[in-house]
Design a binder for this molecule. Structure first.
Ligand SMILES: Cc1cc2nc3c(=O)[nH]c(=O)nc-3n(C[C@H](O)[C@H](O)[C@H](O)COP(=O)(O)OP(=O)(O)OC[C@H]3O[C@@H](n4cnc5c(N)ncnc54)[C@H](O)[C@@H]3O)c2cc1C
Length: 388
């Protein structure tokens, strides 16, 4: 822990992976940090969790620096060394491996609750003052500080308030930060599936006319986490279907690449929307992670973008935080978020529908992608998070 001439009082709102990482990083810099989470410390069981994230290299490097990555149970980590993306409706397919960029892997699948549990422990270890089970219900700016009110009517006065309170961010709403928003009209269905053939550490994604399905390899060689992003009507049909009919449809979409599939968990659904806050900084209040931007999960980049925000913000506090450096942070991170949102939109539009010309173009696009080294390299770099 550093000794600072001027340690700041900072409140981070939200104990998801982004809020916890921010709190640990700022505490490591020597600041007095409160982490306020309305829920309790996430716990996990022996069963694989439904929500997972494909974390890129920059996210892993940050988590190592925070001392959290080293504490993740290895059997709950799914490093992936290859990617295979194909279009069910055309002849297109693209494959690449970590070896092509001289890397050991392209990233790792982490169960959200496992990571959040470990980060919470690490926050306590480094001396973050964790306030759990109490929501923030109000805040106001006062001179050069912020006064935060908790549900139990306790007040905290801090120099900075960092809201990592998720896509529905109550802080962002109270501060009236304008939001650009559109609904993808798709729902993400997640589940854990047991496979007949080992997944071999390959992250797979198939594009169907109604939306993509991602197959993410878990620590167990025969378990994958699926994220099926389907147009709302199709998603309703899939959720209402009995297990057998759901699995038959999943089996058909898999092109048999993993052999016979068995459902190994419940199914859960998440509405998918794109949104970003038009302002991320308001005086000494900032929004970060999903509170600032939420994107389609098809490239698994939502949390990776959030970790990019954290890395850049920690640099700002390290070098000296002031209105100018915060504006620069906001500009840089908004550009990264908007670029990713644009890329996701292009992918989503390009791969939905089954118009014959579109099918031809995307088949051609994927084939060329598989052959032309620079395009392939770009795709690999995105997977590695080098474009974060
Ligand atoms: C189906 C799906 C699949 C995804 N897959 C990937 C992937 O593969 N890779 C990837 O990078 N990203 C992925 N994402 C995105 C990723 O899950 C999110 O970007 C990430 O979890 C956001 O973390 P966060 O900490 O910003 O917010 P959250 O995890 O939403 O945390 C916000 C926290 O704030 C707390 N909170 C809210 N209000 C208050 C209050 N008033 N007071 C106190 N606490 C409060 C909440 O209880 C919550 O714990 C996926 C998303 C979806 C929907």
């Amino acid at each position: 822990m550093k000794q600072l001439n001027r340690a700041l009082n900072i409140a981070v709102i939200g104990g998801g992976m982004i809020g916890l990482s921010t709190a640990i990083g700022l505490r490591q810099q020597g600041h007095h940090v409160y982490l306020i989470e309305r829920g309790q410390q996430p716990q996990y069981s022996d069963e694989p969790e439904l929500r997972v994230s494909a974390l890129a290299h920059h996210s892993r490097d940050l988590l190592k620096q925070l001392g959290a990555w080293q504490q993740l149970p290895v059997e709950r980590l799914g490093p992936y060394t290859g990617m295979h993306v194909w279009d069910q409706d055309s002849f297109g397919s693209i494959e690449f491996t970590a070896a092509e960029v001289a890397a050991d892997d392209l990233g790792a699948i982490v169960e959200n609750k496992v990571l959040e549990h470990v980060l919470w422990q690490q926050a306590l270890t480094v001396g973050v003052q964790v306030i759990a089970g109490e929501a923030v219900v109000a805040h106001h700016h006062q001179d050069n500080q912020l006064v935060i009110t908790l549900a139990g009517q306790r007040h905290l006065t801090v120099d900075y308030m960092i809201a990592a309170d998720g896509a529905a961010s109550p802080t962002r709403a109270r501060e009236k930060l304008p939001l650009t928003y559109w609904n993808y009209e798709q729902t993400g269905i997640v589940a854990v599936v047991r496979t007949e053939h080992p997944h071999q550490g390959i992250a797979r994604q198939v594009f169907l006319p109604t939306g993509p399905i991602a197959w993410l390899p878990l620590g167990d060689a025969q378990l994958v986490s699926i994220v099926w992003s389907a147009d709302d009507a199709k998603a309703q049909e899939l959720l209402a279907a009995d297990e057998r009919s759901f699995m038959n449809q999943l089996q058909a979409a898999s092109d048999q690449c993993l052999g016979r599939l068995e459902l190994a968990s419940q199914r859960a659904a998440f509405p998918l929307k794109m949104q970003y806050a038009q302002r991320w900084v308001s005086g000494r209040l900032l929004v970060i992670g999903d509170a600032a931007h939420a994107i389609h999960p098809l490239a698994g980049q939502g949390a990776n973008l959030g970790f990019g925000d954290v890395i850049a913000l920690l640099r700002v506090f390290e070098a000296g935080v002031n209105p100018r450096t915060l504006r620069a942070w906001e500009r840089q991170r908004k550009a990264a978020a908007v670029t990713m949102i644009g890329a996701m939109e292009g992918f989503k539009r390009g791969f939905s529908g089954s118009h014959p010309v579109l099918k031809l173009i995307r088949g051609f696009g994927l084939r060329m992608g598989d052959r032309i080294p620079p395009l392939k390299r770009f795709l690999i770099q995105t997977a590695l998070g080098e474009t974060h």
